[in-house]
Design a protein. Structure first.
Length: 252
């Protein structure tokens, strides 16, 4: 007997589909093999990516939940690219924490790639493809009224805690967490939860044992920069995390 029945498709994003279930406190997330970059100007299907991102996200959400960080994650599905989560109203913000300079920061400021950022930078972007996910100023964030000033502080504090814990975990398996993006949501009861996914699609991860600036990349930059070996790199990330974390549980 299963604990729920799958319902209709609620939402399809670039990398995931969200399905209803017959329970109001549970939705099912299907991770797709689709990869996009540069606001979907670049697209591909990478067989195996969905499963790897689902397994990596499950493992990271369970790790964070074990440390008292509230997440939407409830457990893995029966299929390897599905997970069950609590339904939340996702706040249209991309919260980025940067430990080292990379990516857009190096294009926008005179900071060479790899420059340490201490304390880490916390950048908020408005999540809306139609506007190209622009970087927000505090004044623009206030104007949009997406969150209250108290929630703004709560969000940054949560993102910094996630950074401290993930950095420690990745470091223990020889990976450098360069930067990452998270999304958050509110439950019906107003609880703030970590939502979406945490995977090599949404993090920059460098192999600490590799000096070469391209060979060390184990994340979506391999796709963005046409370096090849994307799925192999994601597989390497999962394998390393499995050395440090227990097998995620299947939701029943
Ligand atoms: P950026 O350097 O392109 O601003 O990216 C910062 C981090 O956010 C990096 O780890 C990749 C992640 N990210 C996403 O998850 N989704 C996105 O749409 C973008 C642009 C970045
Ligand atoms: N999520 C972005 C896109 O859609 C890109 C990125 O991760 O670079 O295309």
């Amino acid at each position: 007997m299963t604990a729920f029945q799958l319902g209709p498709l609620l939402h399809e994003g670039k990398a995931k589909r969200v399905h209803a279930t017959d329970r109001s406190d549970l939705v099912a997330v299907e991770y797709k093999d689709d990869a996009t970059a540069f606001n979907a100007l670049k697209k591909a299907s990478l067989p195996g990516k969905g499963t790897l991102n689902c397994q990596i996200s499950a493992l990271l959400f369970e790790h964070l939940a074990g440390l008292g960080i509230p997440t939407h994650y409830m457990g893995l599905g029966e299929s390897a690219n599905w997970m069950l989560v609590r339904p939340v109203r996702v706040i249209p913000l991309e919260v980025v924490i940067r430990n080292l300079a990379a990516g857009s920061l190096c294009r926008e400021l005179p900071l060479p790639p790899g420059t340490p950022l201490d304390p880490p930078l916390c950048d908020l972007y408005y999540k809306d493809d139609a506007y190209g996910d622009p970087l927000l100023t505090e004044a623009r964030l206030e104007r949009l009224q997406l969150v209250t000033p108290e929630q703004r502080l709560q969000i940054e504090a949560l993102a910094r805690r996630v950074n401290d814990e993930l950095r420690r975990l990745f470091d223990s398996v020889g990976l450098l967490l360069v930067d990452f993006k998270i999304e958050l949501g509110f439950t019906g009861a107003g609880e703030l939860l970590l939502a979406d996914e945490i995977s090599p699609d949404t993090c920059r991860l460098w192999d600490q044992a590799v000096a070469d600036s391209q060979d060390r990349i184990l994340d979506k930059d391999r796709f963005r920069q046409d370096l090849g070996g994307v799925v192999e790199a994601y597989g390497q990330v999962l394998k390393r995390l499995q050395q440090a974390c227990p097998e995620p549980t299947v939701y029943r």
